[in-house]
Design a protein around this ligand. Sequence first.
Ligand code: SF4
Length: 403
Amino acid sequence: MLQFSDMLKLGVYIQVPFCQTKCTYCNFHTGVVSSGRFAPYAEAVCLEIGEHRPLLEGAGVRLRDALGAAQLAVDTVYVGGGTPSLLEAGLLRQMMQTLAASFSCSLEEVTLEADPETIEEEQTAAWVAAGFNRISFGSQSFIDAELKAAGRMHRREHIYRAVPILRAAGIQNISFDLIAGLPKQTHASWRQSLQEAVSLGPEHISIYMMEIDEGSRLGREVLQGGARYSAKELPSEAAMVEFYGLAQSELRAAGYAQYEISNWAKPGFASRHNQKYWQRQPYLGFGAGAHSFSGMQRWANRHDAAAYVRAITEGNSAVETLDAVTSAMALEEELFLGLRQLSGIDLPRIEREYGVNFTASVAQLAASGMVERHSGRLRLPPERLSVSNEIIVELLRSLHATV
Ligand code: SF4
């Protein structure tokens, strides 16, 4: 009989696309809706999880070919959004129970994204009882003027109030999100946010570089002018590079090891779930706009939450896009995703598996300091990570020229 330890371990992602307000920089497919829509949405997610095999096979996903016919094993869950902590704990518990009934589960890491102002004692205890053992906490900044300019609901005091509540409930794995490049942010205020975050002792810290997207209110103000969202007070690109370097040095000094472009952790607390994305391990996504990967195919559900609920409750799949992963695509993913990690990529394995030889191009890139070899692996130099996209694109270009 197959033991859990022998089974292929899947990550499960559940998307909850609802927020209390829309942050000025946000371009995600999330909406501010009445709380009356939460329960029908959670029911649809449970239906989708319970019926995943027939729904996916009906949509053309070749789950059996990619992952086998046996019951699938799940060891990590990530409930993200949006602001999933807005949902009543009972709805989150229902989702977890449905997962346990539908998959062979031995859950090691179960993350809930939560915003500081949504943390309450009773609710946190209910999350723990439902099986959540990691909270990813949308702190973003410790400076009220920056939080306000970004349209966030919480303030610094909410973060200080929330952390002891989480600890008292037994959460031993807290991750903070911080954003580098918020309007009004300065070198001094960024240093203060980093230092205050560290002083609260989270096990994990994610630093996201602000990306200005024309689909956000802030992005439109950058393009069209105006003063409502403080677009004129955005830090310069040069300042952003400095902010990233400051984060690297402050967090290293505080005992956090960087393991990915945007992620730092105390020993043993690197996110198991998120590493699956970068290591191209399979994961299933449920909910509106959720993405999935089987190793052979990538697919995504429709974004519109109402259309998603309608499709699922009518017994139809919500899959909107489905792509076979060709060998060329898989190779690009290996490089793009793998080089996000500080441990880099196992180049000999990739050369073997894809029948390619990168010796000449890697030597050239290494000579110009764009990549380095480290313990038999290829990686980006840590001090070049803030411009990683440009380097990876350059790497792909030079590799294509030699394939
Ligand atoms: S909380 Fe997150 S998903 Fe919601 S509006 Fe703000 S940035 Fe967007």
